[in-house]
Design a protein around this ligand. Structure first.
Ligand SMILES: [Zn+2]
Length: 118
């Protein structure tokens, strides 16, 4: 583990704690489900589901699968906040890792977000 990576991880952890609870930001939201299909070079597709509840942190950045990835990941903040603003219940899309670093094996995701409102 290089120190830059640890540093980035600590920053991200702090950012998560600073983001506050979902209920505080979006009291109208009962539940958010993000389903992701990871596609990483050389590795077969991996499905991952992340659930958010009112007591969850309102932090919608998902990690890249690459071990060498620094500052990367998938930021669904924009997607989710605009969905909530327009009261949309479902959307789909694709994202590629935003990270730089030397990793040649950054992942990409096909995601689906489903939001239930109170
Ligand atoms: Zn990456």
């Amino acid at each position: 583990m290089n120190s830059r990576k640890n540093e980035a991880k600590a920053e991200r952890q702090q950012e998560r704690l600073d983001s506050g609870f979902l209920a505080a930001h979006f009291p109208e939201v009962a539940n958010i489900v993000i389903s992701m299909m990871y596609n990483q070079k050389g590795i077969k597709a991996l499905l991952r589901t992340v659930n958010f509840f009112p007591g969850s942190y309102a932090f919608f950045k998902i990690d890249c699968l690459s071990k060498n990835c620094v500052d990367g990941g998938f930021d669904l903040t924009q997607v989710i906040t605009s969905m909530i603003r327009s009261h949309r219940e479902a959307t789909k899309g694709e994202l590629s890792c935003e990270g730089n670093g030397t990793a040649a094996d950054h992942s990409a995701i096909a995601y689906e977000v489903v939001i239930q409102y109170v």
